[in-house]
Write a protein that binds this ligand. Structure first.
Ligand code: AMP
Length: 546
């Protein structure tokens, strides 16, 4: 297994940039980076077919930064991007990669006052990332000097074309020094783009990530579309809903593996991270615990997972989408081994949709969409599983029928069977309703069960999301409370899966926490004798201030 960013180091990348890549938790270059970076470092023009999710930003960002000449206060690299969102994202990524070069980058886009951008440009920036309209605006005003530009990047060129920027792009390219490198990244290569590249690029190298057809393993797949801030929440609901107890979860970077494993642990899951920062002994230890079933969820980078050969992995979850179809096939091949059925789920941000489509095409498989389960779905599913468990107990025989036979027939004589079973289920789903006894009694759910019948308390509008009650809690950031503190404490006290808990909004001296309406009463009661960071909790329904 390659150690650290060995792959990057072999590419002749500046040590200051390698340091950033290590800090960002990149383990190895993605396929598009392997294909594009060497040519770009040589100074060649490059046409790349790649979309968000492939690592294309670093593919052009690393060489662009390495080619900057120090101590020049003028823009030396210009990136054109279709939207403000992408411009900001590219600027952030370039800022992170260039951290130790002390590069100044600036995103410029329309819809915000131009004055501040002008002041920043005057103060001196090396890399400008902008939407074509706003860049033209700065050129017309003379506030953006182009005479020192050495690299031009067209990012998501086809999108810019669709948005009607083709003339602006053509014009901007005409203003640039002839001695420069031109890079064009696009998901598709329609005619107008080919015309621009013919006119403005010199003998470009073509790179792409999907050249050959792949045959992926035939296992069940699905994707879930999520918003960035809901990623962990969505994942835990999927895990609970599918009752997943043996999965490999893939993240892009070493950093995100560690963060996700901690977030899952805080929510009561038995999860561990595995990646190239662990030494061999540590890796072996994690792996053997996963093999023994002591760890339910193994959170891994692609590099770390390559050496893994574990049977009975029921699910592979792509928490971050793979950077190429090959990597996707490799990942999902970790499940469904030895003739057993396996399932692979992929979480995607809407921006990554086109990348998902490309993976589908390259692997000749269709990946259907599924909706992230709601808290109610999760709770209903937990009850369903409890029902199945009871049936299997009856079928197998719990082994103690004789001991309970007499009381069972008496109960059946005196009560309706349906009501009896319902009461039993409710005690199994909520061990506390037996009055606190019952240790070693009934079977328990893998994770504390969620309840659907919540005691019927009525909360007026508290300003929470639909289906949620928003609570005011008297503890905040000055008590050093973190979201994990709230999740852990609520999950333990109220015995509900941490994944059910909604938004947590921490202020200095208080916090708003949202929980599903059907468990709200129970949470409020259970929290009345809890402490967070050593302070007694006071929790009450919030006022709908928003
Ligand atoms: P992009 O396709 O450029 O939008 O990148 C998607 C995500 O992948 C970003 O969060 C990058 O920081 C991340 N990324 C890019 N290259 C790598 C790499 N070699 N290893 C891990 N993550 C990467």
């Amino acid at each position: 297994m390659p150690e650290d960013s060995a792959g990057f180091a072999d590419m002749g990348i500046d040590p200051a940039i390698l340091k950033s890549l290590e800090e960002m938790g990149f383990e190895e270059p993605s396929p598009i980076q392997v294909a594009a970076i060497p040519a770009l470092l040589e100074g060649r023009d490059v046409i790349g077919q790649a979309q968000t999710g492939t690592g294309k930003t670093a593919a052009f960002g690393i060489p662009l930064l390495q080619r900057l000449r120090p101590d020049m206060q003028r823009p030396q690299a210009l990136v054109l991007a279709p939207t403000r969102e992408l411009a900001l994202q590219v600027a952030e990524e370039i800022g992170r990669i260039g951290k130790h070069l002390r590069v100044r980058e600036l995103a410029v886009y329309g819809g915000t006052p131009i004055d501040r951008q002008i002041r920043s440009l005057r103060a001196g920036v090396e890399v400008v990332i902008g939407t074509p309209g706003r860049i033209m605006d700065h050129i017309d005003r003379g506030t953006l000097k182009l005479d020192q530009i050495r690299t031009l990047v067209l990012d998501e060129a086809d999108e810019m074309l669709d948005m009607g920027f083709v003339d602006d792009i053509d014009k901007i390219m005409g203003y640039l020094p002839a001695e420069r490198q031109t890079v064009c990244f696009s998901a598709t290569m329609p005619d107008p783009i080919l015309r621009i590249t013919k006119r403005h690029m010199r003998d470009p190298v073509q790179v792409s990530i999907a050249r050959e057809e792949l045959t992926g393993p035939t296992i069940e797949q699905a994707y879930f579309e999520i918003r960035e801030r809901d990623r962990v929440d969505a994942l835990t609901r999927i895990i609970d809903h599918e009752a997943i107890s043996r999965a490999i979860i893939f993240c892009r970077t070493k950093r995100s593996c560690d963060e996700l494993a901690s977030a899952l642990q805080a929510r009561g899951y038995i999860a561990e991270a595995i990646h190239g920062d662990l030494n061999q002994a540590q890796r072996n230890r994690v792996l053997s615990r996963f093999k023994d079933g002591q760890i339910e969820l193994l959170v891994a980078t692609d590099v770390a997972a390559r050496g893994i050969d574990v049977e009975n992995v029921t699910h592979v979850i792509n928490y971050d989408i793979a950077q190429s179809p090959e990597a996707h096939v490799h990942r999902i091949g970790r499940t469904g081994r030895a003739g057993r059925e396996g399932t692979a789920f992929t979480l995607i941000h809407p921006r990554e949709f086109r990348h998902l489509k490309l993976i589908e095409r390259a692997t000749r498989s269709r990946i259907p969409r599924r909706n992230v389960p709601t808290p109610t779905d999760v709770a209903a599913r937990a009850l369903h599983l409890l029902g199945e468990r009871i049936v299997s107990l009856v079928e197998q025989g719990a082994g103690e029928e004789e001991r309970y036979a007499a009381v069972a027939s008496r109960l059946l004589e005196e009560h309706e069977p349906e009501r009896l079973v319902a009461a039993l289920i409710s005690t199994m789903a909520d061990p506390r309703s037996t009055g606190g006894a019952g240790s070693g009694g009934g079977p328990e759910l893998g994770r504390p069960a969620a309840r659907t019948a919540g005691g019927g308390a009525d909360f007026p509008d508290t300003g929470g999301e639909a289906g949620y009650v928003r609570f005011f809690v008297n503890i905040g950031s000055r008590d050093r409370a973190t979201p994990a503190d709230f999740v852990r404490t609520i999950a333990r006290q109220a015995e509900i899966p941490g994944g059910l808990i909604g938004a947590i909004d921490i202020h200095e001296s208080f916090t708003f926490v949202e929980v599903p309406r059907d468990v709200a009463q129970r949470v409020m009661e259970a929290m009345s004798n809890a402490t967070i960071q050593g302070r007694n909790v006071n929790m009450e329904p919030a006022k709908p201030s928003r």
